[in-house]
Design a binder for this molecule. Structure first.
Ligand SMILES: NC(=O)c1ccc[n+]([C@@H]2O[C@H](COP(=O)([O-])OP(=O)(O)OC[C@H]3O[C@@H](n4cnc5c(N)ncnc54)[C@H](O)[C@@H]3O)[C@@H](O)[C@H]2O)c1
Length: 258
């Protein structure tokens, strides 16, 4: 099926990352025009050429900027208006990780994670609302994580920000329903993106080691491909999900603890 986002305009943050590129390719395949935001200039260049390689007709505007800075939100929304004169979908996807047990959690790490993983979502939402309300069929998708709801040891700061995203999503769904904006969260489980491959490599692990580890993660016994997370995001962005708001969609291959 094509044209599921025909005529729509989306902003995708963290757009040069693994799930970001997969989501942008899918959105462009479905007729969406996309403003891509990422702080990594090199990754952005590779992402845009990747996206244009996959979808030669893709209409993509790349913006290299730090979404952890409040002023970036205003700038991105203004550039979107300038480029496409509309905004229908906001996908908040930018995220960073930290590996400090809470007993050792540093103030700078807290500050950075809260800025990038949580406040960037809040600022971009706030500054996009006028445009999304005018759309009449606005959709916001906030990407959290399974660890927003399933606790573990060692990544407390990250998990707290992801839990905050769920709360932000639900409150906003209440506040914006009368303005025609749907707001939902997607919680990916382990998704085999370049981030995990780089991290494994620096720890002396191979892709095969990672894949073996994935067998223990969930009922499906493997990592997700980024496109398997992008499809639920596409669905929530599309009018097919017109009766879905305030929901938290677990895209985790079935993660249950006994
Ligand atoms: N891959 C997984 O297993 C997994 C699981 C659960 C949740 N997630 C979430 O999905 C999202 C994407 O994950 P991914 O695996 O594609 O990660 P990734 O690291 O490949 O992508 C994240 C992107 O965000 C960008 N970014 C980081 N800080 C930024 C900033 N200050 N301003 C602008 N851009 C910034 C990075 O440059 C990167 O391109 C993240 O929010 C992550 O927490 C991923």
């Amino acid at each position: 099926m094509t044209g599921r986002l025909e005529g729509k305009v989306a902003i995708i943050t963290g757009g040069a990352g693994g799930i970001g590129v997969a989501t942008t390719i899918l959105f462009c395949e479905q007729g969406c025009r996309v403003v891509l935001v990422d702080s990594d200039a090199e990754a952005m260049q590779a992402a845009v050429s990747n996206i244009r390689g996959a979808v030669p007709t893709a209409q993509v505007v790349p913006i290299v900027a730090d979404v952890g800075r409040e002023e970036t939100a205003t700038h991105v929304v203004a550039e979107t208006k300038k480029a496409f004169r509309a905004l229908d979908v906001l996908v908040n996807l930018a995220g960073i990780r930290a590996y400090e047990p809470l007993a050792d959690a540093k103030r700078d790490t807290w500050d950075m994670l809260i800025k990038v993983n949580l406040l960037s979502y809040a600022y971009l939402i706030r500054d996009s609302l006028d445009q999304l309300r005018s759309s009449g069929r606005g959709s916001i998708i906030n990407v959290a994580s399974t660890h927003a709801v399933n606790p573990r040891a060692g990544m407390g700061q990250y998990d707290v920000t992801k839990a905050g995203i769920i709360s932000l999503t639900k409150t906003l769904a209440f506040e914006e329903a009368t303005h025609g904006i749907r707001v939902n969260a997607v919680c990916p489980g382990g998704t085999l993106t370049p981030f995990h491959l780089r991290r494994a490599k620096s720890a002396g692990q191979t892709r095969e080691d990672l894949e073996r580890g994935g067998a223990k993660m969930c009922l499906l016994g493997r990592w997700a491909d980024a496109r398997e997370v992008a499809y639920p995001i596409l669905w929530l962005a599309s009018d097919e999900a017109s009766y879905v708001t305030g929901s938290v969609l677990m895209v985790d291959g079935g993660q249950f603890t006994n």
